[in-house]
Design a binder for this molecule. Structure first.
Ligand code: HEM
Ligand SMILES: [Cu+2]
Length: 581
């Protein structure tokens, strides 16, 4: 018994993979810290949303701005990146059957990241860093804040290097056959972008740190903004790449999705790497320091190559699910495969909601807001947080939650606690978030600014009248925010209870529903069709790909139509502003 407990490797009883305990511990530690950061961020979120809901207007100004910074750092940086570290360790070791490179160094890096985040928390909560997460000069924070960010980034960069080293080990020790699996390839894309991102992070935060301790003059605000967004925007592409990798993983686990075409999916990941830094320009569209030609080339040409990549995945993920299910016999009608999908499996519902909201809401608003001309009517309004709560929250954060429902049994070897709650949690979170996003987006369309404590300007000598409809939109945002808060809190309760007080995973009997075990594990989709069968279905000259996945094609048509309407409506709005419409 003790020999088993101390053996560095265990064999997963569900998937039969060789799992290295040292890597598994790193996955666990990073995931747990991520969830703690989510808890801090979500408490701040509730207070923020109750402040921006003008009828409630909860916090005093100092605490509104302070918690806005706390929310941004804990959510966008600590929660997301600690979780990504868990994903990197998981992908490189568990998915490849490989041993981790230098696990002890992994703990050092984890410790450095943790120390960095605690320094940032201290500076923010004690009021020494009320600079928001963008920390634009001339706003200046306590040196501990900048140093904390730098330590966090250095730790993350070193973990990324360990990820690459682990890939090398896996290849050398031939722990997997053939080429790198697509999910790991996606994680590798995320890791490559992470290196680019973190280098820009150093170029941003080292000068501001030196400035904060009085060694150099204030960095030029325009140069700072450009470098900061090379970090800030590229970081979002890490999130998108990690999210898409999880989409492919959850699709395979929950409904036996197939990969339509490896080359196409892989090339789409490469597009992210090539074009993402240039897209950062969409954050600088009203900045006076850059010319229109630079802005248009970067946002309207280079950015679309990254958008193209997302649209490719947005097609291949649902189409792969549809084909996988059709090949297993769910062939009735256009949407029979969707009707008979496992909607009560929180891994599956998270996946679908993530794909749909990220694509329909996040994608469409993103391209529109990132258009040089249209940006002038949207810049710094609530439309912007409306957009990114549909990408990084409804898309990435939700995908991470969905993955957790499989990590709990597979890595932590626990039943998912509060199973009934878990089955509705993705709907609660995503539904609330959708209301929040719609409320923010419409309020922003009527000119409500983001990052603004009091849009009634109660003590100002002038008056800024808003359309009365704004009150309704802010209420929708408020109610949606509360629902999303409850959904997020449910996730945290489920995760914490399962990890620390959860029942050990019992022996799984295939084909028998079990409380607290996602359906993809009790009823693993049988991958009966082999590659030949898949190719035959795809290349049937009488039907083609469209014939193989007609349901997805209809959904894509609806998507494109919505895209055209929204984009056109925004040009129309712009023309009203110019009084030429
Ligand atoms: C229950 C969930 C959440 C709610 C109710 C919520 C609500 C809000 C609100 C009300 C704001 C302030 C907007 C403003 O006044 O300008 C905000 C800002 C923001 N949120 Fe969230 N949020 C949630 C989750 C998340 C998550 C999971 C992330 C990232 C992964 C995130 C990232 C951000 C960022 C980056 C900002 C901008 C901060 C800034 O402008 O400095 N939020 N959120
Ligand atoms: Cu961006």
């Amino acid at each position: 018994m003790s020999a088993v407990a101390t053996s560095p490797v265990r064999i997963c009883d569900v998937t039969g993979r060789r799992i290295h305990r040292s890597a598994e511990q790193l996955v666990k530690a990073n995931a747990v810290v991520a969830v703690v950061a989510l808890l801090v961020g979500i408490i701040a979120a509730l207070l923020l949303v109750l402040t921006r809901w003008q009828a409630v207007h909860l916090l005093p100004p100092t605490w509104y701005y302070r918690l806005l910074g706390v929310h941004g750092m804990n959510m966008l940086i600590f929660f997301i990146i600690f979780f990504e570290m868990a994903v990197l360790w998981f992908a490189a070791t568990v998915l490849l059957n490989a041993r981790p490179a230098a696990p002890r160094l992994g703990w050092v890096n984890f410790g450095v990241m943790l120390l960095g985040s605690l320094m940032v928390e201290w500076a923010q909560w004690s009021g020494r860093a009320d600079v928001l997460y963008t920390s634009y000069p001339p706003l200046k924070a306590h040196p501990v804040f900048y140093l904390g960010v730098i330590l966090f980034a250095v730790g993350a960069l070193l973990v990324t290097c360990q990820f690459f080293a682990t890939l090398v080990i896996a290849r050398r020790e031939r722990t997997y056959e053939g080429s790198l699996p697509l999910v790991v390839y996606g994680a590798m894309t995320a890791a490559i972008i992470a290196v680019i991102t973190l280098v820009h992070g150093a170029m941003t935060y080292i000068p501001t740190f030196l400035w904060s301790i009085g060694l150099i003059a204030m960095p030029d605000p325009q140069v700072y903004r450009m470098l900061w967004w090379a970090l800030g925007h590229s970081a979002q592409q890490i999130n998108v790449a990690a999210m898409v990798a999880i989409w492919y993983m959850l699709g395979a686990l929950t409904v036996g999705a197939v990969v339509l075409n490896e080359k196409v999916s892989r090339s789409a990941f490469v597009l992210y790497i090539l074009f993402i830094s240039m897209a950062s320009a969409h954050h600088l569209l009203v900045d006076p320091g850059f010319g229109p030609a630079w802005k248009i080339v970067n946002t309207s040409y280079f950015m679309y190559m990254a958008v193209l990549a997302s649209m490719v995945h947005g097609f291949t993920v649902p189409a792969g699910m549809e084909l996988g299910m059709r090949l297993r016999g769910y062939t009735d009608g256009l949407f029979g495969w969707l009707r008979r999908a496992p909607w009560g499996d929180p891994g599956f519902s998270s996946l679908v909601l993530s794909v749909v909201v990220f694509g329909f809401v996040g994608g469409i608003t993103g391209v529109t807001l990132g258009t040089e001309q249209i940006n002038i009517i949207a810049h710094n309004t609530m439309r912007i947080p409306g957009h990114f709560h549909s990408t990084v929250v409804s898309g990435t954060a939700l995908a991470f939650m969905g993955a957790t429902y499989y990590l709990l049994p597979l890595v932590f070897r626990r039943r998912v606690a509060f199973w009934k709650l878990a089955r509705i949690q993705p709907y609660l979170f995503s539904g609330g978030m959708l209301l929040l996003v719609l409320g923010m987006t419409f309020a922003g369309s009527f000119g409500v600014p983001r990052r603004h404590w009091d849009i009634s300007f109660s003590q100002a000598p002038f008056d800024v009248p808003f359309n009365p409809a704004v009150d309704i939109f802010l209420a929708v945002m408020g109610i949606g925010g509360i629902i999303a808060f409850l959904g997020g809190l449910s996730f945290i309760l489920i995760a914490v209870k399962s990890v620390f007080f959860g029942e050990p995973l019992p022996e799984i009997t295939r084909g028998v529903e079990m409380h607290g075990v996602p359906r993809g594990l009790t009823h693993p989709p049988v991958h009966a069709p082999d590659a030949d069968e898949r190719n035959a279905a795809l290349h049937d000259p009488a039907r083609g790909i469209a014939g193989a996945t007609p349901g997805t094609l209809v959904l894509v048509a609806v998507f494109l139509l919505a895209f055209v309407v929204y984009y056109f409506a925004n040009w129309k709005l712009l023309s009203f502003l110019w009084k030429i419409g």
